[in-house]
Each structure stands twice: as C-alpha cells, then as structure tokens.
Design a protein around this ligand. Structure first.
Ligand code: BDR
Ligand code: CA
Length: 311
C-alpha cells in the first residue's frame, strides 16, 4: 500500500538525501514538502527544497514555506556544519520553480482535514515549529494524523549542539514539547540510531563514480558536510541523520526501539532541549514515543544506494 506523507524539513545536506530517498520510493506518495527555519534561515531552506525537487525531477510536488523562527526563542542555525547556503558542496543551479502560495502550517492543516482520517504521516526532519503551530492552531487535526516519524533527540549518545541536546529539539524545545504531548503516535529517530548510520568515504566515491546528477550532487554535498563531523567524532565518519526517517517508513525491520515516555526539558539553561527518555521505564509517565535505539547500518546503506541509483 502506498503511504501518503508530508516531509517537513530544513535542508541541509542530510535533509536533501532524505527527500531524494522519498522521491525514489514508489511506496511513498509525497503530498508536499514544508520548510522551516533550522540549519539555515527559512529563505534558504525553502530555496534548497526547490533545488532538490528539481534535481529529482519532482517539480510536481509543492513546496510550502513555513515558520521563520522558533515559537518563543531566537533562531539558532548550523552553518558551521552545512555551510552558508545549507547545501554547500552540491553545486546545484538556482531553482526555476516557485514556492507554493499557502503557508506550510495551513497546508498541513488543510491536507489533514481534507484527507481520510489517519491517512497522512508527517515526517519532520528539522525543528518542530511548523508541526506544533499547526497542532496549536487546529487541535482537531491531532487524532486525524496517522503517525509522526521524526528525526530528533538523543539520550544515550548525549547531544550534538549542547552536551545533552540534539539540534532539531534544541532549536525549538517548546514546539517539541507540544508535539510530544499531542497524543499522536510518534516514532523518534534520535542520535542513538543515527550515529550508527555513518557515511564512509568509499560510499561517497561509489556515488560520485555514477556520474549522474544525483550521484554527483549527493557525494559532493555529503563530502562537504561530513568534514565537520569527521573532526568532531574523531575520524569515525559522519552520521547521515535524516534519511533514517524515510528508511524507517520503507522498512521498519531495519530498526529496533522501545515504546517509552520521552519528555523535553524546556526550562533549564543547562539542559534546554534535552530529550529525557525513560528507557528503563522507571517512572509511571505514559509511553508516548517509539524511541529507536539501533539500526542495521549495512542494510540501511544498501537500501539508500539502490534507491538513489534509480533517480
Ligand atoms: C539534525 O540537525 C540537522 O543539522 C540535521 O539536518 C538533522 O536533522 C541532526 O541533529
Ligand atoms: Ca534536518
């Protein structure tokens, strides 16, 4: 059965690969791409999403720009990882297509309301501002959403932007808190899983050797973004975070985790944005998240390589 999804994203090189993986997968019907401020400001994440739709020859998929800042704090960006444009290393031309008219939040609300109940899965790959704003403006949509599968958080691995916080959650902890309390089925791909999806140089060389537009763009951009992480993780390679969300939809057997309580720290300056995961179920707090802890790395990269080769 084909699954209908909306990808909410802040491209970002790894977001871009996630979009390409979705476009290459006939099991998924991408209803639209919604953009949010995160890795770089909104104008750039929106432009980058359009570039990737063109690269994949999927200009039929509408791109809707969303929130340009977190709910209640200034925007934090990550040019130190992704470069000034957010897609440094890809060398893609400026898009010739335009953004869709509707605000991303209105698009999400309208799609969920106008499609059959529980027929749309949301795939957030950046800060959760658009999703939380939609849930706040239109609380009636929560029970109509099939599932949210998101990249964010981390527990055993600690954080990647502070010692305890992962970037997507740290940028907008209030929105993350709203989403996690929404009662929607949520699966979280945290750093604990994505740190097992490490980019290797020989894989990038393999993609470059295809000499296709997608192979060249993906190898070029990941070669750029991995530099920062190779140094940070002391040569172990760089994690390919966001495509794990799409891979999970395609083959959940590649992943394992637990349905547990996860809550977000929204107050403390020291631990702001921490995803407090009750892995050992030591509280009575209700289970609200399937928290993924492990990934079959070889099978994940096989799947990704096979799919990208079809574009
Ligand atoms: C997340 O932060 C961003 O830099 C990546 O695109 C990914 O979504 C990883 O912490
Ligand atoms: Ca992202």
């Amino acid at each position: 059965m084909v699954r209908s999804i909306i990808i909410d994203t802040d491209p970002g090189q790894d977001d871009a690969v996630a979009l390409l993986l979705a476009f290459a997968s006939p099991e998924l019907n991408v209803l639209g791409v919604t953009t949010v401020a995160g890795n770089v400001p909104l104008s750039l994440t929106s432009k980058n999403a359009l570039k990737i739709c063109e690269l994949a020859r999927r200009t039929d998929v509408p791109v809707h720009a969303g929130c340009d800042r977190p709910m209640d704090r200034p925007l934090v960006t990550a040019e130190h990882v992704h470069g000034k444009t957010g897609l440094d290393g890809s060398n893609l031309p400026d898009p010739s297509t335009a953004l869709a008219q509707k605000h991303a939040v209105d698009f999400i609300i309208d799609q969920v309301r106008s499609n059959p109940d529980k027929s749309i899965t949301l795939c957030p790959l950046g800060p959760l501002t658009n999703i939380a704003t939609a849930l706040t403006q239109a609380p009636d949509i929560a029970p109509k959403i099939q599932e949210i599968v998101l990249m964010g958080g981390g527990y055993f691995e600690g954080g990647n932007i502070t010692p305890v916080a992962e970037f997507n959650i740290y940028v907008d902890p209030k929105s993350a808190d709203i989403v996690l309390r929404s009662g929607i089925d949520i699966t979280m791909l945290p750093l604990d899983a994505t740190h097992q999806a490490m980019i290797r140089q020989d894989w990038l060389d393999h993609l470059a050797a295809w000499k296709t537009p997608v192979g060249t763009a993906v190898s070029g951009m990941l070669d750029f973004s991995q530099r920062f992480d190779v140094e940070k993780y002391e040569g172990k390679g760089a994690p390919l975070h966001d495509p794990t969300v799409i891979a999970y939809l395609l083959d959940p057997t590649l992943f394992s985790g637990r349905l547990i309580n996860v809550e977000i720290e929204t107050q403390s300056e020291l631990t702001l944005g921490m995803t407090v995961a009750d892995w050992w179920r030591v509280t009575n707090r209700p289970a609200n998240v399937t928290f993924i802890r492990d990934i079959n790395e070889a099978a994940f990269f096989d799947l990704l390589t096979q799919r990208l080769a079809t574009l």
